[in-house]
Design a protein around this ligand. Structure first.
Ligand code: S3P
Length: 172
């Protein structure tokens, strides 16, 4: 299991798909697992139930995903907000894809499917989350100005350099 964390626009889904293909593992996106479980979009869950309810569903879905089959799992950008999620992630192999705030915004633009983009004080939320990402990260890879393929290669190199060695043989 390789978990990808990072702010919106860090490239978790794009890099995660490449990484999964390289390692011959399935890929899963936590947002899509949440949406599948609720039969509603993330946007609709935020609009109808609010962020706190979304975080609870996200936590439950994360617990199920971590207990599930070996794969590359991309988190939502705010998954580290919940202390319960951080606890679940503590023993996991988590790659934090770091992106600067300005670059993150440039990448995601005005995506209407990402309700957090409409929040005031988003830069403060970004800064607050940095500690959460750092707390759960086994490995940090900077994505600034780099193509997804380069980031994927950096992740593979970084993972191979960990004491656990070969990424493909990392324990579940
Ligand atoms: C969120 C990020 C989104 C999604 C939801 C909330 C956030 O995931 O989970 O809109 O709080 O940053 P991405 O990081 O994949 O956009």
């Amino acid at each position: 299991m390789i978990v990808l964390a990072g702010f919106m626009g860090a490239g978790k889904t794009t890099v995660g798909r490449l990484l999964a293909a390289e390692l011959g593992l399935p890929f899963a996106d936590l947002d899509l697992l949440v949406e599948g479980g609720c039969s509603r979009s993330v946007k609709a869950i935020f609009a109808e139930d609010g962020e706190t309810a979304f975080r609870d569903i996200e936590l439950q879905t994360l617990a199920e995903a971590l207990a599930g089959p070996d794969r590359v799992l991309a988190l939502g950008g705010g998954a580290v907000e919940h202390p319960g999620s951080r606890r679940l992630l503590a023993p996991a192999r988590v790659v934090y894809l770091h992106v600067d705030y300005a670059e993150a915004l440039a990448r995601v633009g005005g995506d209407a499917g990402r309700p957090m983009l409409a929040r005031s004080g988003l830069e403060g939320i970004y800064r607050r989350r940095l500690a959460g990402y750092a707390e759960v990260a086994t490995l940090t890879v900077r994505t600034g100005g780099r193509a997804a393929k380069q980031v994927c290669d950096d992740v593979l190199t970084g993972l191979a350099g960990l004491p656990s060695g070969d990424p493909a043989s990392y324990p579940h």
